[in-house]
Design a protein around this ligand. Structure first.
Ligand code: ATR
Length: 271
């Protein structure tokens, strides 16, 4: 059986083994999928040992996505743009790095929630690794505009500057502070900050949700202050569980060349 695993620290809470177990059952793929707790200072050694013992691929989670990026010999273009890797595939001497987070978000919004991104006004909250991972896949869908708002506005400006350097639909991206969002309105607002982890509210001005707006929190398993605020403002609210399953499906596809059906797995996890 081909072996795969999720590697992180901490990793015991990860739902990836359950998700990939469901995918394997559903598609009849004979794989084994485990969990690896990597010491914080020995990510590289832990990955290489797994590979040398015959492991075929890894999902990479907090806090190793940047180290995984540096470990690869070959990067997909979306991983290069994200500057982070959440999926590794081992092939002979090559360590292929991919980033499926953005594709997972886009698929969840478009296929599962049925909301097109094209020509929409998007607000991306946050400018850390999570925001960086989804920025280019969102831009690929050709939104009318995409605003990045961050508490430390310099980080958002840096993301904007890179988009301009790469000349990817750069006219549509701009960086803002939270205060300067007052008076603007958006169709899709995505929370890519980690503020929900500490139950902190984001200083989002009221009135920024357009009619029928979607408020998407990339976090799952809890109702964040962002989601509560969005509900009070009348927006449609989604958490990141669908994205989690979709990014896993995208990794599974990279490894096995088979696309699993995500819907029953999302439903099962919701229960
Ligand atoms: P991740 O990989 O989860 O993106 P990160 O790189 O540490 O983690 O980034 C966390 C993001 O959440 C940042 O955009 C951070 O804002 P700053 O760049 O200003 O630090 C944002 N964030 C975390 N807690 C926040 C809070 N209480 N209010 C506003 N933004 C917050």
């Amino acid at each position: 059986m081909d072996r795969y695993a999720v590697i992180g620290n901490p990793v015991e809470h990860s739902k990836s083994p359950v998700i990939h177990g469901e995918f394997a059952r559903q598609t009849g793929q004979g794989i084994e999928y485990g969990r690896i707790l990597s010491p914080l200072d020995a990510f590289r050694e832990t990955v290489l040992r797994f590979r040398d013992e015959g492991g075929k691929g890894l999902n990479v989670t907090v806090p190793f996505k940047l180290e995984a990026f540096q470990l690869t010999t070959t990067l997909t273009s979306r991983a290069r743009y994200a500057e982070a890797v959440n999926t590794l595939k081992f092939e002979q001497d090559r360590i292929i790095g991919d980033n499926t987070d953005g594709a997972g978000l886009v698929r969840d919004i478009q296929n599962n929630l049925g909301i097109a991104i094209e020509r929409k006004r998007i607000l991306l909250l946050g400018a850390g690794g999570a925001a960086q991972g989804v920025l280019y896949p969102l831009l690929d869908q050709d939104p009318a505009l995409l605003v990045i708002a961050n508490r430390t506005v310099d980080r958002a400006l840096e993301m904007q500057r890179k988009v301009e350097q790469r000349d990817v639909l750069s006219r549509t991206v701009s960086a803002q502070t939270y205060e300067s969002l007052a008076g603007l309105s958006f169709d899709i607002i995505i929370n890519a900050t980690s503020a929900g982890l500490t139950d902190s509210a984001l200083p989002i001005p009221p009135g920024i949700f357009a009619a029928d707006a979607l408020a998407y929190d990339m976090m799952y398993g809890r109702e964040t202050p962002f989601m509560q605020f969005a509900r009070r403002e009348g927006a449609q609210v989604a958490d990141g569980l669908g994205m989690l399953v979709e990014q896993a499906a995208e990794s599974f596809y990279l490894w096995r060349d088979v696309r699993p059906d995500t819907r029953p797995v999302i439903e099962k996890l919701r229960q």
